[in-house]
Ligand binder design. Structure first.
Ligand code: ATP
Ligand code: MG
Length: 244
């Protein structure tokens, strides 16, 4: 079956700074790609390039067999790539409902479902958002804010959901709630995901692809397994020591 996402030799630089060396991977429909790495590894550069928020230095991105490498970010959302950015990107000053509305409007008309149906699905997944619809989103807790960011991305009806450190700054209980929702979306709903984190994550299944980045280099790339904690620490430390 054709992969939903194909990444071939994708590299990112900011001027003279090489943030991400060429990386290639394929994600099957309903698959999970886990991307790990310490600060400055190039994780955000990768997902931002996939979403069209930064222009890659080289390489190609295909979504369901169609080249999207040169398509601007706002059009890529319509094609089905949604990014939940690091820091969440919810809009303070707007209510929860208005934030969700923006997500719903960014879905392409042919894939968009009725507002009632879409919002029912979201409040089923995140009941707390249903109780906060009229609140300014800046009054939400960190966990609720992350749920809102994920919900907004889901309303754009993505084929691939990119999540940049969704656990960042959250209490363990909130992390568990967010991961439970992600596991359900991936496994029950078959939503394809690229999940970026610093620490290894268990979504109740092995990732189809696990990638560990360090200073823009791929230091680990495996199918159907994820690095154990000790292995990950050794990779983070080993490269740091090796680079010193
Ligand atoms: N807009 C930018 N201009 C210049 N350099 C940048 C820019 N964004 C990121 N970089 C650099 O690119 C490298 C990779 O950054 P990136 O944000 O992709 O890492 P990351 O793995 O997401 O890190 P973190 O865990 O801190 O979020 C870093 O050295 C960073 O300083
Ligand atoms: Mg980052």
């Amino acid at each position: 079956m054709e992969p939903v996402l194909s990444v071939e030799g994708l590299a990112v630089s900011y001027g003279p700074v090489a943030a991400l060396q060429p990386i290639s991977f394929h994600l099957a429909q309903g698959g999970l790609a886990l991307v790990l790495g310490p600060n400055g590894a190039g994780k955000s550069s990768l997902v931002r390039a996939l979403a069209g928020a930064v222009r890659p230095r080289q390489g190609a991105i295909q979504l369901a067999g169609q080249d999207v490498t040169r398509i601007p970010a706002y059009k890529r959302v319509k094609r089905g790539i949604a990014l939940v950015p690091e820091g969440r990107g919810t809009l303070p000053g707007l209510s929860v409902l208005d934030n969700l509305d923006l997500g719903w409007h960014s879905a392409p008309p042919e894939r968009r479902r009725s507002k009632a149906e879409s919002f029912a699905e979201i409040t089923g997944l995140f009941p707390v958002l249903g109780q906060r619809l009229q609140q300014d989103c800046k009054t939400l807790s960190g966990g609720e804010m992350q749920m809102l960011a994920i919900a907004r991305a889901l309303l754009s009806r993505p084929r691939v959901l990119l999540l940049d450190e969704p656990s960042l700054g959250l209490a363990p209980q909130a992390v568990a709630r967010v991961y439970r929702a992600l596991a359900q979306l991936n496994q029950a709903n078959g939503l394809s995901m690229v999940l970026v984190e610093q620490k290894s994550v268990n979504l109740g299944r092995l990732p189809d692809t696990s990638i560990v980045l360090h200073s823009g280099h791929i230091v680990y790339q495996e199918s159907n397994r994820r690095p154990a904690e000790e292995e990950l620490s050794a990779l983070y430390l080993g490269v740091a020591v090796g680079a010193a």
